[in-house]
Design a protein around this ligand. Structure first.
Ligand SMILES: C[S@@+](CC[C@H](N)C(=O)[O-])C[C@H]1O[C@@H](n2cnc3c(N)ncnc32)[C@H](O)[C@@H]1O
Ligand SMILES: *[C@@H]1O[C@H](CO)[C@@H](O)[C@H](O)[C@H]1NC(C)=O
Ligand SMILES: *[C@@H]1O[C@H](CO)[C@@H](O)[C@H](O)[C@H]1NC(C)=O
Ligand SMILES: *[C@@H]1O[C@H](CO)[C@@H](O)[C@H](O)[C@H]1NC(C)=O
Ligand SMILES: *[C@@H]1O[C@H](CO)[C@@H](O)[C@H](O)[C@H]1NC(C)=O
Length: 286
């Protein structure tokens, strides 16, 4: 546990850090130039890391989940094989609040590895153009460069006005729906854009299932904004992160909202991850 605490956020800081250095190599060399003043260098770099929204979200997910969100995402992607009814491939995927493209690339990689599926399409949607640009940038640097199957759209997940009714087979939203102003509207829209037989998968922070773990987690949450202030000079975002997680409905209640949107929810309706720190919800449009 402790190892994860210190390990993963740092690893991701370092990744984001080197990307930033490359990006700004010409304009910022003087700022990083001195190899002797490591501590102050690092401060500046951390500031820059957090100026990139995508890196910031990655780091916040890392910190809040103690690095485990990467494993949860892998599990989420595997669970969505539920969308792969025999003979139903290729599929049209939509990943909402997809920003950095983590889930989108992961789903396509998995489709290829497991089903030899290289024809499914992917629409990545995010309300924040900077976040979406980051996804496009990553796409232009990985093996999906120039792949016509992937498109990026700035869209509000509550509305998705550029997505036709009954046009998608799998709808995913990972650590994004908690930030929708109207979550039920988002779920209703997911129902609208899915074809009959289509699957919705939601991965989101949730409520902890175990008293001891919850005590630890609540304490952790209390200190999080203070850490946020110390490492990123950003109290408010971390405070917001904690509050938005606390505000998000309990597993049973969220399951009810998915049903209310019209989905059939196979029992037990959701899967708790790491004592319910996060949960995967699945629904099917019959
Ligand atoms: C924490 S990031 C999650 C990114 C990625 N899905 C992941 O799992 O790492 C939350 C994303 O939700 C997006 N978002 C928030 N509200 C949204 C909305 N109403 N419609 C679409 N995207 C939204 C934000 O712009 C941000 O990119
Ligand atoms: C995978 O699919 C391609 C066509 O999309 C086909 O040529 C190839 O034989 C398939 N490979 C396997 C192992 O099924
Ligand atoms: C969505 O997130 C932003 C910050 O990331 C915050 O300012 C805004 O209030 C959030 N909206 C909701 C409805 O949670
Ligand atoms: C998941 O966690 C919730 C909330 O902590 C708990 O009430 C529920 O029994 C757990 N459900 C499953 C299916 O494990
Ligand atoms: C959590 O904090 C409370 C006081 O706020 C303390 O009594 C308790 O021992 C702490 N628990 C853990 C697991 O850190």
């Amino acid at each position: 546990m402790l190892k994860m605490l210190s390990g993963s956020p740092l690893r991701s800081l370092n990744t984001a850090y080197s990307t930033n250095v490359e990006d700004k190599s010409t304009s910022s060399t003087t700022h990083f130039g001195s190899k002797t003043v490591l501590a102050s260098e690092k401060e500046k770099l951390v500031g820059q890391v957090f100026s990139s929204v995508a890196s910031k979200y990655d780091i916040m997910n890392d910190v809040m989940s103690m690095g485990v969100h990467r494993l949860w995402k892998d599990e989420f992607i595997r669970r969505l094989d539920a969308g792969a009814r025999p003979g139903s491939r290729p599929l049209d995927f939509i990943d909402v609040a997809g920003g950095s493209g983590d889930i989108a690339f992961g789903l396509l990689d998995h489709a290829k590895a497991k089903f030899n599926d290289t024809k499914s399409t992917m629409t990545v949607v995010d309300i924040n153009p900077d976040m979406l640009r980051e996804g496009e940038k990553r796409c232009s640097e990985n093996h999906y460069k120039n792949d016509p199957r992937i498109q990026f759209l700035v869209q509000n997940g509550e509305v998705l006005d550029k997505i036709e009714d009954n046009s998608k087979d799998v709808y995913t939203v990972s650590f994004g729906i908690r930030n929708f102003t109207n979550i039920q509207a988002g779920l209703n829209t997911a129902y609208r854009v899915l074809r009959p037989g289509g699957v919705i998968g939601v991965l989101e922070f949730s409520k902890v299932d175990n008293v001891i773990v919850d005590t630890f987690y609540q304490n952790w949450s209390k200190f999080l904004p203070i850490f946020g202030q110390a490492i990123a000079n950003d109290y408010d975002s971390y405070q917001y992160l904690v509050e938005s997680i606390q505000r998000f409905p309990k597993q049973e209640e969220f399951k009810g909202m998915i049903q209310k949107a019209g989905f059939y929810v196979p029992e037990p309706g959701y899967q708790n991850l790491t004592f319910g720190i996060a949960a995967i919800h699945i629904g099917i449009k019959l």
